[in-house]
Design a protein. Sequence first.
Length: 456
Amino acid sequence: TKEIWIVRGSPSNLILGEGWTTIARMALANAPSLKQVTIPASVTRIGLGAFYKSTGLEEVTIAPGSGLTIIEANAFVGATSLRRFDVPASVTSIGTDAFNGATSLKQVTFAPECRIDRISDGMFSDAVALQTINLPSSVTIIGKGAFSGATALQTIYIPESVTSIEDDAFRAATGLVQVEFDPNSKLGGIGKRSFSGATSLREIRIPASVSSIAEHAFSVASSLTNVTFEPESSLYMIGASAFQQTALRTITIPASVEKMGWNVFNGAKKLTNVTFEKGSHLKSIEYATFTEANALRTIEIPPSVTTIGPRAFSNATNLEQVTFLPGSNISLIGESAFADTKLNLVVMGEPALKKLNAAIIDNNVKLRFGDGNTFYGANNVSITSMTKQADTFFNVAKQRGVPLDAARLSASFLTGQTPKAGPKGGRKRATRKGGRRRSTKKKAPRRRKKTRRSAR
């Protein structure tokens, strides 16, 4: 073999005869002249780095009825001319980095009956030409960096069987436009940086089965405008910086979410609306969660939130109003949480105000209902109760000629409180000076007394 591969130079076309069972470790590595290989059905294993940096290899043909079961790690690393690869149904395992750096690989087809259970770590990393791949229904894990840097990949269908997308799986897959999950998806977790830098991804639907989105999962996915969570979401945790520097416009956070890390929406400059589902279990809004969310004008904090971290909303330059919903358990807000915003109105109940004041040591900055408050980095803030806010809405509607019942209903809908302004239903009855209510009943005409004439 030394004479054939080194002295004479490797052939361009290699046909292995029936009866071969293994292509050994590094067997055809660094064979730059090799362009075509035919692998017989008898081969069951392609060894570690078997075609490592065979830069001229363009085509691998595997005979029908193949018994190939294992393709080991690094088998086709740096096979920069390989254009397509068909995985036989018999294959059960493909090792890490198997096609890493196969820069001309455009198409990978798994036979429908293929029982591979994992897209291994780095399997198609930096396969920059990869456009088409069908993941078999047996796959349960998409490994770390599996498609990292696969810049030509535009769409990917994630089968029902996949339970985990691991760290960096699609990181810097800059051409990825669509990620489609099976309607019956069993996906449980989205790993760190899974879609970070997927700059063409515009929207994604997160299956109800997902319980965790790890840190930086979608960070710098700079075209991402829409993230929707399926009804009855199981999502428990959103990791730090998960949606940092995205183009999100609105987001509804499922009630099941209890934890959100630092910087989750930091730099999401187009975010105009954040809604926490009714019955939210969220405990805290952490450090810099909404920093530089410059389009955000108002936000309602769910009753379950007990703490807001330092600089949580700092530099959200258009934030004007924060409402702590009735029953709020807020007890601590961190330093400069609302610094460099336009915050001018905070709506909260008296119990929430008392809890916050209990944590403030300096009596000079104690909070009070009314104007002129310094509210955690924001100056000249007015604090009002939800009931007064309801009265305000009611009075404004009344002044604009809205019927009283409709004005009351509108105010109740917007604030969750019944306005105290005005009696229930109808007009106010006129009252006499001194406070007695004037009767509106018509008085009966006075009857003359009949008197007997005295007899003369």
